[in-house]
Write a protein that binds this ligand. Structure first.
Ligand SMILES: [Mg+2]
Length: 276
């Protein structure tokens, strides 16, 4: 055959997969960060909030392990314990992390402004709403109940512990679309506030949107953001936009309130036969 013919999806978006902390709730993504700090402090190796945030988006045990691999943390650990942190330290801190995280989750469950309006727009567009998270199932039980009280109820939710590996691998996205019966993957969009979350969407061959202002990349809640000088905020936003764009996000916007307009643009691109 002299020609090959390529099949192209030209229909609209069918599903949106939303992250939780820093995307739809917990402005600034504080709940996990403060607990990571607490479990390291309990080992007499205090870590900065920046160190606590560095691996954000990963499965929480992976996250604890990645903090233990930060050079400066390893060095401080060795000063205190006479050796570098090992896997049994990671296991011990993860065991301690779970009840501590469960205890404080509800304190950080307020929705990010604009979430319910954006979700209403997604519904109007006929989208199914899935979600992915590095939180454990028991944590999601709390967060889903808190979110429902505040008017947000996604159709589906997948935790890292339900799949072989969490972010940056694509399996939570894949399980979501399987659960919801959605294909092809180019009819789906992934929204996240972390770099591993952007990787997750890209690895699933989905359209991927980074949220620069409301999550881990700036790491401040709404009141703290509003208290920043305009030029400081702009500089930090520029950094977050830059990192997310370089991670390969198809779009980077401030927060979930900006997402409906992006979806309209993606629908125009799909109609032209473009792929993520
Ligand atoms: Mg997040």
């Amino acid at each position: 055959m002299e020609f090959v013919y390529r099949r192209t999806y030209r229909g609209p978006l069918k599903a949106i997969l939303l992250d939780w902390a820093g995307t739809t709730m917990d402005y600034g993504c504080y709940a996990p960060a403060v607990v990571f700090q607490a479990v390291y402090a309990n080992k007499n190796v205090p870590i900065s909030i920046e160190e606590a945030r560095l691996p954000m988006g990963a499965h929480k045990k992976v996250h604890i392990r990645k903090i233990s691999q930060i050079e400066a943390v390893r060095d401080r650990w060795q000063e205190v314990h006479g050796r570098y942190p090992n896997e049994s330290d990671v296991e011990a801190m993860f065991a301690e992390f779970i009840p501590r995280q469960l205890e404080v989750l509800a304190d950080y469950a307020d929705l990010i402004p604009g979430t319910t309006d954006a979700v209403a727009e997604f519904r109007k567009m006929g989208l199914k709403i899935g979600s992915t998270t590095g939180y454990m199932l028991a944590m999601m039980d709390i967060l889903k109940a808190e979110a429902a009280k505040r008017g947000y109820e996604p159709d589906n939710s997948v935790c890292a512990e339900e799949v072989a590996t969490g972010r940056p691998d694509p399996w939570m996205c894949v399980k979501n679309v399987m659960d919801m019966g959605i294909y092809p993957f180019e009819a789906c969009v992934k929204v996240d506030d972390t770099l591993p979350g952007i990787d997750e969407g890209l690895n699933a061959n989905m359209w991927t949107i980074g949220l620069a202002k409301t999550g881990n990349e700036i790491g401040l809640n709404e009141a703290e953001i509003n208290a920043l000088d305009a030029d400081v905020l702009q500089r930090r936003l520029n950094g977050a936009y830059d990192r997310m764009a370089k991670a390969g996000a198809h779009y980077v916007v401030d927060g979930i309130w900006d997402v409906p307009a992006v979806l309209e643009d993606i629908n125009r691109r799909l109609a032209r036969g473009e792929r993520p």
